[in-house]
Design a protein around this ligand. Structure first.
Ligand code: AMP
Ligand code: MG
Length: 492
C-alpha cells in the first residue's frame, strides 16, 4: 500500500547547484513516537494512514513517496560571526512541497535522515533528545501564536547515534513555509554567482513576498519585507521570553519563521543577559541581544543583494542602508506595541514606555519570573486583590508596590472597560511556556526510561498556553532552585 503525498515541488526545479539530489538512508527498526494529526490534515495528508505501519516507513526515510524529489539544500552562513562558505543540509532532506488547505506551499523535510554531501564531519543523524525538544518547542511556539516551523512527526530509528554517549536515534519531520535562509543567499554571494542569486531572489519573492514583484524596485521591496518580518518576529520572541540560542545566519529564515530549534530556551527569571546555550560563551545570542543580532544578520542578507539592488555600487549601498535603517524603528514599534498589550494598555501615551521599562527593571533587580509576573498582572488588572500574588514574585516586594500605583493610575486613563482589558492581557501573557526544567525532565524520561508520557502531557498542556488549566497548574510554576537549568545543549 502506498500513501498519497500531494507533492508539488518547485525548489527542485531550480538549477542543480542549489542542492544535491539524494535519498534518505534506511534505518533498521523505525517506530512512530507521535504524528501531529491536525497538521497532517491541514497538509492534506491522511493522518490514519501516516500513523499506520506504512506511514512510519515514509516518516523515517525508508520509503520515499512517489512524487517526492528528495534534495539536501545548499547554504552557507555566519556561525557566531565567522563565515563558512558551505554548510548545507548535513542531516536533513527535503522531500518536497505540498500546498496546504489554506493554499500555502510548505516544505516537508526529514531531519536526522542520514548523511548528505554537506555532512562534513557529522553522521547526518539526530538523537532522540533534540528531536523531542524541537517537536515540543516548535509546537509550543505555534500554539503561542508565533511564526514557526512545525513538527509533523517524530520517529525512533531503532538505531544508536553516538554523541558524548550512545543515544537512541530519531527522525523529525519538519514542516516549514520554506527552508530558505539568509545563509542560502550567502551561498551564492560567496561564489559571486549573481545569476544564482537572482534566481533565488526571484524564487523567494514569488513564494513569500509576491507583492514585492509589483514594486518598481522588487529586490529592495523584498529586502524591506524580510527586514519587517524579522523585526516583528524578534519582538515577539522578546514578548514571551524566548531565546533562540543560535541566531547564525544559516538559522534565520527569509520567510520570517522561527527555525532550527537547538539550544533554544525560555527565560524564567527576567534578565536581559540570559544565555542558556552551552556554545554561546560570549553571550552573543543572549535574550536582550537578539534584536541587535537580527540586524547584524539582515545586514549580511543586504550585502548579498547588492548586485541586484543597483548596477551602480554606490546606489546599491545607499538602497541597502536605507532598508536596514528601518529595522530599529520597526522592531521598536512592534516591541512597544506588544509591551503595551502585556500591560493591558490599549491606548498609547508617551509615559507608557517608562512605565514598562521600570517594571522590567524592577523584575530584573528582584529576579521576578518573567512569564508569571505578566500572567498574574492579568489578574491584578481586575483590582488590587490580585496584587499579593504578583508582589510575592519579587525578592523585595516593595519594588512592585512602588510600581503598581503608577500602573493603576495609568489604567484609569484607559477608556476600555476592565473585562476587555483583562481579555487582551490573558491572550498575550501565557500561563504556560516550555519551562526548561520540564523540557529536560521530559527528555530524560524518554531517553533513559523510554517513557513518552511526560512528552505527551507537556505537549498537551502547551497546546493551550493562554488557558488556565488548573489541573496542570504545576507546569506553570518556575523551577525550584535545585531544578533550575543553566545550560542547554544542541546535542547535534
Ligand atoms: P545547526 O547547528 O543545526 O544550525 O547546524 C549547522 C550545520 O551543521 C548545518 O549545516 C547542519 O546540517 C550541520 N550538522 C549539524 N548536525 C549534523 C550532523 N549530525 N551530521 C551532519 N551535519 C550536521
Ligand atoms: Mg541550522
Amino acid at each position: 500500500m502506498t500513501i498519497h503525498f500531494p507533492f508539488d515541488n518547485t525548489y527542485a526545479r531550480l538549477p542543480d547547484r542549489f542542492y544535491a539530489r539524494l535519498e534518505p538512508e534506511a534505518v533498521t527498526a523505525p517506530k512512530l513516537i507521535r504524528l501531529n494529526q491536525d497538521l497532517a490534515s491541514s497538509l492534506r495528508l491522511d493522518p490514519d494512514r501516516l500513523s499506520g505501519p506504512d506511514g512510519v516507513e515514509f516518516l523515517c526515510g525508508n520509503r520515499v513517496p512517489d512524487a517526492a524529489e528528495p534534495i539536501a539544500m545548499a547554504y552557507a552562513g555566519h556561525q557566531f560571526g565567522h563565515f563558512v562558505p558551505q554548510l548545507g543540509d548535513g542531516r536533513a532532506i527535503l522531500l518536497g512541497e505540498v500546498v496546504d488547505r489554506n493554499g500555502i506551499r510548505r516544505d516537508i523535510q526529514l531531519k536526522g535522515s542520514g548523511p548528505t554531501p554537506f555532512s562534513r564531519r557529522g553522521d547526518g543523524r539526530a538523537a532522540l533528545g533534540p528531536v523531542l525538544r524541537e517537536y515540543l518547542l516548535s509546537e509550543a511556539m505555534a500554539a503561542l501564536g508565533l511564526p514557526t516551523t512545525r513538527a509533523l512527526a517524530a520517529v525512533l530509528t531503532g538505531e544508536t547515534v553516538v554523541r558524548e554517549t550512545p543515544l537512541p536515534g530519531a527522525v523529525l519531520t519538519r514542516v516549514a513555509s520554506s527552508h530558505i535562509r539568509v545563509g542560502t543567499f550567502q551561498f551564492f554571494a560567496a561564489r559571486q554567482d549573481v545569476e544564482g542569486l537572482r534566481l533565488l531572489a526571484d524564487y523567494t519573492i514569488g513564494r513569500h513576498y509576491p507583492q514585492a514583484a509589483e514594486s518598481n524596485q522588487p529586490y529592495r521591496a523584498f529586502l524591506d519585507q524580510v527586514i519587517a518580518a524579522q523585526a516583528d518576529l524578534i519582538a515577539r520572541w522578546l514578548h514571551i521570553g524566548f531565546i533562540h540560542g543560535v541566531m547564525n545566519t544559516d538559522n534565520m529564515s527569509v520567510a520570517g519563521e522561527t527555525i532550527d530549534y537547538g539550544p533554544c530556551a525560555f527565560m524564567d527569571t527576567y534578565d536581559p543577559a540570559t544565555v542558556f546555550s552551552s556554545i554561546d560563551r560570549q553571550g552573543r545570542y543572549a535574550y536582550g541581544n537578539q534584536p541587535r543580532i537580527g540586524l547584524w544578520n539582515l545586514t549580511r542578507l543586504a550585502e548579498t543583494l547588492l548586485p541586484l539592488l543597483s548596477e551602480d555600487q554606490e546606489n546599491a549601498m545607499a538602497e541597502a542602508s536605507k532598508a536596514l535603517e528601518a529595522f530599529s524603528s520597526k522592531f521598536e514599534a512592534a516591541y512597544h506595541a506588544g509591551l503595551r498589550r502585556k500591560l493591558g494598555l490599549l491606548t498609547e501615551r508617551e509615559e507608557d514606555l517608562a512605565l514598562a521599562g521600570d517594571l522590567l527593571k524592577a523584575m530584573a533587580e528582584n529576579q521576578a519570573d518573567f512569564t508569571m509576573t505578566f500572567r498574574r498582572l492579568s489578574d491584578a488588572v481586575a483590582g488590587p486583590e490580585g496584587d499579593e500574588a504578583v508582589r510575592n514574585l519579587f525578592i523585595n516586594p516593595i519594588a512592585y508596590d512602588a510600581w503598581v500605583t503608577r500602573w493603576r493610575e495609568r489604567l484609569s486613563l484607559e477608556p476600555q472597560d476592565g473585562v476587555r482589558r483583562q481579555t487582551v492581557m490573558r491572550a498575550v501573557n501565557p500561563a504556560f511556556i516550555p519551562r526548561n526544567h520540564r523540557v529536560e525532565a521530559m527528555i530524560e524520561a524518554a531517553v533513559v526510561q523510554g517513557d513518552f508520557a511526560p512528552f505527551e502531557e507537556l505537549l498537551m498542556v502547551l497546546s493551550n498556553p493562554y488557558e488556565d488549566q488548573p489541573a496542570f497548574a504545576h507546569y506553570s510554576e518556575p523551577p525550584e532552585p535545585h531544578q533550575r537549568v543553566y545550560r542547554t545543549f544542541c546535542g547535534t
